[in-house]
Design a protein around this ligand. Structure first.
Ligand code: F6R
Length: 607
């Protein structure tokens, strides 16, 4: 949901800003802009469309002199993605330029007030009220004007501000939107996330909500919302530069699919040894605390929610605890039955999803113990939860998650084993640990077993609708498989519990309707095969995902995808991989913009 970046130093700012924006483009890509300060002059360049257009307009930054600046890539919320609505926005007196990620909830009232006071608006954005407020409150100190301004704002914001009265300085403010400070040598930066900074520095400061940063080429000062100076820890970024590059792949999504064996290994390896699963991060959770848990509530959005759907089975089977799944956007407004006997597991790749954060806060307010499964270190979800377990997937750039999902499901599986052992429900963990350790290898096999996917994509790409069916653990994976297909190929894909078909949906099956049938759970194979036969007898074209050894399927399905044999309890980690590849190649056949699907953004920091 929008990416922001800021730079101050001795070299030309525009190329650094543009480079940072390219890295942040996955957060929003419908318009973009930079504001660069040269002495006391601020010049703004904006485009509707991609960063490439901004690079062209500014001659890769060469046309915009100045060593201090801010930049923005937008995912429109208020106002169409036009050049007028693109950030940065300027104050009426031209002294301030501002970029913003987030939403100002009370902007309408503020806008009316500012118009009454004589301010002119150039855009339809909520952001523009901020820059006029800063102008209104400015009386010689940008810091004071910002403090007064943010006291008037309700909502979420990461702001970057420059002022022509203070050459060489950039200001950044954070409230419920991600923002980090990059610590350089003779230059400093801010950005929505580390991917924009890894080319320049590995040293970062994570801002807390309500904090301000005042940066110049040789100094970083952080203040709280009352203006009190704060001393902050500098952290090291461990992600390597290549992790945020395509590395020879045509798309980030394909690269990230292929990275899954390594990502899952990096997630599992530190938690298994000596035939046991152990989470250092959970050492502080007492046995008493754990035994008091009566139910687990899993909450998240999108694919992270579907990872929860897949993870549920291992918790129920191994821990003997009921698992309730709640979409975060629903939980937050549902008066949920959550109390101090509930363990709420929150799943988020970015750790910045607005609904997930709200659900987590709601759970905490009701006294639940909260455990976050998160990929981004230092993110809001990671900081808010009582316990945080990181998935070590590395940066995920493609908007459609792949290694985020597989590392989440693997982590949930390990947590189920770990809790079951601590609850005394499993004595010998070795067979489960062996299954976990085999996952990275099995993912690679699931890739290698399916060289026919590009050809299958040619067969199945030209359809208006696809159905994904499965039972039990297969159904959970069907949910994510259908989402992958929808979001990147724009083909309508529905997932159904196979047993539900005859309660309505089978009416949609006609000659050549494609049905993707997941059949990797031996306890329900026979049942799913019956459903396949039902849809086939109504003309469906069936592409089945199953084990190579499932001979029966050879004669039932029209086409086949394979995974190596794996315990159904943990199979989601493997089973999703051929479906990710299928979605990828179908989208490619359809000429879609795979890494940046229309209307989507990577990190949904607005409600
Ligand atoms: C789909 C996808 C989204 C995210 C969802 C939650 O491919 O990526 O559905 O899973 O927006 O995001 P996080 O995990 O960052 O909270």
């Amino acid at each position: 949901m929008c990416g922001i970046v800021g730079f101050t130093g001795a070299r030309s700012a525009a190329p650094v800003l543009l480079d940072g924006l390219k890295k942040l483009e996955y957060r929003g890509y419908d318009s973009a802009g930079i504001a660069v300060m040269d002495g006391n002059e601020i010049s703004v360049s904006k485009v509707s469309g991609r960063i490439a257009g901004l690079c062209e307009k500014t001659k890769d930054g060469a046309a915009v002199p100045g060593t201090t600046g801010i930049g923005h890539t937008r995912w429109a919320t208020h106002g169409a993605p036009t050049e007028e609505n693109a950030h940065p926005h300027l104050s009426n007196d031209g002294r301030f330029a501002i970029v913003h990620n987030g939403i100002i909830e009370n902007y309408a009232a503020l806008r009316e007030e500012l118009i009454r006071d004589g301010y002119h608006f150039q855009s339809e954005t909520d952001t523009e009220v901020i820059v006029h407020l800063v102008e209104m409150y400015y009386a010689g100190s940008v810091r004071d004007a910002l403090i007064k301004t943010v006291n008037r704002l309700r909502g979420s914001y990461a702001l970057g501000v420059i002022c022509s009265e203070e050459p060489g300085k950039i200001y950044a403010v954070r409230e419920a939107s991600p923002l980090i400070i990059g610590v350089g040598v003779g230059e400093n930066y801010f950005a929505s996330d580390v991917t924009a900074l890894v080319n320049y520095t590995r040293s970062v400061i994570y801002l807390e909500d309500g904090e301000f940063a005042e940066l110049s080429e040789g100094s970083i000062r952080i203040f709280d919302c009352t203006g009190q100076e704060q001393s902050k820890k500098v952290s090291r970024i461990l992600w390597d530069v290549q992790a945020a590059e395509k590395g020879g792949y045509e798309h980030f999504m394909l690269k990230e699919i292929m990275e899954q064996p390594a990502a899952v290994k990096a997630t599992i390896a530190p938690r298994v040894s000596g035939g046991k699963v152990d989470f250092e991060e959970l050492a502080a959770m007492s046995d008493e605390e754990l035994r008091a848990v009566r139910k687990i509530v899993v909450t998240a959005c999108g694919s992270a929610y579907y990872a929860g759907c897949a993870g549920r089975y291992a918790f129920e089977r191994l821990c003997g605890l009921p698992v309730q799944l709640e979409l975060a956007s629903e939980l937050r407004y549902s008066d949920p039955l959550i109390d101090d006997t509930t363990l709420v597991i929150v799943i988020s790749q970015s750790g910045e999803t607005a609904d997930t954060i709200a659900a987590l806060k709601e759970a905490k307010a009701r006294g639940a113990k909260t455990l976050a499964v998160v990929n981004v270190v230092g993110s809001t979800v990671a900081k808010l939860a009582d316990y945080t377990v990181y998935t070590w997937a590395g940066p995920e750039i493609a908007v459609a998650t792949t290694k985020g999902y597989t590392t989440q499901t693997a982590t949930l599986n390990m947590l189920a084993i770990y809790f079951a052992a601590r609850l005394g429900r499993i004595e010998d963990q070795s067979k489960y640990v062996a299954a976990m350790q085999a996952l990275p290898r099995r993912i690679q096999q699931a890739i290698d077993l399916n060289p026919s996917i590009p050809a299958l994509a040619k067969k199945y790409h030209d359809n208006r609708a696809l159905f994904f069916i499965g039972r039990n653990t297969d159904y959970a994976v069907a949910l994510e498989g259908a989402l992958k297909m929808k979001e990147i190929s724009y083909i309508h894909a529905e997932s159904y519990a196979a047993g539900e078909l005859k309660h309505g949906t089978i009416a949609l099956i006609e000659e050549h309707t494609p049905v993707i049938a997941l059949c990797c759970n031996p306890s329900v194979t026979e049942k799913t095969i019956s459903n396949i036969v039902e849809v086939k007898s109504r003309g469906a074209e069936v592409l089945a995902l199953t084990f190579r050894t499932n001979r029966q399927m050879l004669s039932v399905a029209d086409d086949l995808l394979f995974i190596p044999e794996v315990d159904a309890l943990f199979s989601a980690v493997i089973e999703i991989v051929p479906l990710q590849l299928l979605a990828y190649y179908v989208a490619k056949e359809n000429g879609c913009d795979i890494d940046k699907p229309k209307n989507l953004a990577k990190s949904v920091t607005v409600e």
